[in-house]
Design a protein around this ligand. Sequence first.
Ligand code: AMP
Length: 585
Amino acid sequence: MSTSFSPIPKPPIDKFEVTPNLNYDTDLDGFDWQTIMDELDWLPGGGLNKAHEAIDRHALNPETANKLAMIWEGKNGEREDYTFADMKEQSDKFANVLKSLGIELGDRVFIFMERVPELYFAFFGILKAGAVAGPLFSAFGPDPVKDRMEDAGAKILVTQPDLRRKVTEIIPHLPELQHIIVVNKDNRDPEPLDAQDLSYEVEMAKASAEFQITNTSQNDYSIMHYTSGTTGKPKGAIHRHHAVIQQYSTGKWALDFHPDDLYWCTADPGWVTGTSYGMIAPWTNGVTQLIYEGGFRASYWYELIQKYKVTVWYTAPTAIRMLMKAGDELPKKYDFSSLRFAASVGEPLNPEAVVWGKDVLGHVFHDNWWQTETGAILCANYASSEIRPGSMGRPIPGVELAILDEDFKPVGPGQDGNLAVRPGWPSMFQHYWQKTDMYNSRFKRGWYITGDTANVDKDGYFWFVGRADDVINTAGHLVGPFEVESALIEHEAVAEAGVIGKPDPIAMELVKAFVSLKEGFEPSEKLRRDIMRFVRSKMAAAVAPREIEFIDSLPKTRSGKIMRRLLKARELGLPEGDTSTLEDD
Ligand code: AMP
């Protein structure tokens, strides 16, 4: 919790170019979620739908209908602009397509796409139709797509030709899947369709541009994101339309959205940040968003900020560390004067990175904390308050965070423990899809246990310490070691595998696998590379092992469980025999 960096005080409020939406130190007395609920529009019958709050309410208001909602830049430099009225029209059409295919309230519709505008139209069309959107990371290989869609019983998949081809082999294993809708953006693909698929363009051309949003209640499910744990396959954390209350309000408080902002969120919609803060939060606040289809390139990211005059930027620590690595000379070539607020999430943000932001971009990065299950930011450094570099800030209004000991009782300032949240925050997940026991196991003595360890200082700032489980955080992606081990042992040469997170200066952790081979196979560089390629093609390069080490046998508990913590202790060179905290059953 201690840091050698001094707190960065904020100037008085009247020195800001815009007044921050929340003055954390004075505005919290008498806070009531009802005030926020009253700022939303709600459906005519009193229901709630995220698509109405994010899109239609602005499209139906003559003052904002023609305001730009999305500025899209494709990976080949193409540009398309969409107003809120355009977004309404396209998502209404897609909702009609879904209805014509028999989609009903609560059906799961999955999206497996690059960041093209049609992803966003489909997403809001799904919500309008009353279905549940399941966005998938486009870099996934066939295994993660199959695991998620099979578990969720997805009825429709919306995808693109190259991604469709990538998952061909899994389609026969998805008995509940009824249709595949293929978006052939700008006719990029000469052979887009398999005979059984539907063309997005053909279906949209037939669809009416008027749709009456399904009268969802605030408790109806809206979005599911799969997240990894220590054991088993990923679990589908499912959220209600009710979550919009907190996604909207944290957009105002933690990202300090103002109506004239040009906002850029670098997260992919396959992960929760890309939906909560890449769609719902900015658009419920009526903000114009830049969506960039391409990947990371330091010089081009700087250019995007300059070119589009980005005012609010939400990115991730790994990206910031990669920018730092690209050197301090490069950013001097760009003009960042438009930038007003920068924030970061997903991994610990080292104090050096916070301060680097101030030196190089003219803005510190405001770290904030949350997770898939929380649905929205729960802890943040605010525009109005002092920043403590290395801290993830203070709880958002209306949310109680605590540090608990092993008996789930609160501990005092400065002591490490389990980071926990008092249940009942508006964007709280409602379930792990069809895994009730696992969902219930996250709640103890009246608290939701986050799985992170942290501490809190005497002024109420929270400091991240680590994960309480074996889950690996590589470049902001949570990776369950079990998933990677399962993929590894499908390789013909692999007898057993144990997977850990190995510390890395840029990505925080790299996935490292220890592998023992079957009789008849010998360790070699060629085999190592072959196993790596095998896992990468099944899963995704981003979450596959970067390192594989062959060992004769893996350390196990008496009941045969692989002792990942012992592997990690050895990797880190911890003293021999330091196994007192290792699991043993
Ligand atoms: P996910 O559910 O994939 O969004 O990952 C959530 C996890 O990422 C958290 O439980 C933390 O372990 C980590 N995380 C998110 N934000 C931060 C942060 N600001 N500082 C440290 N770790 C973070």
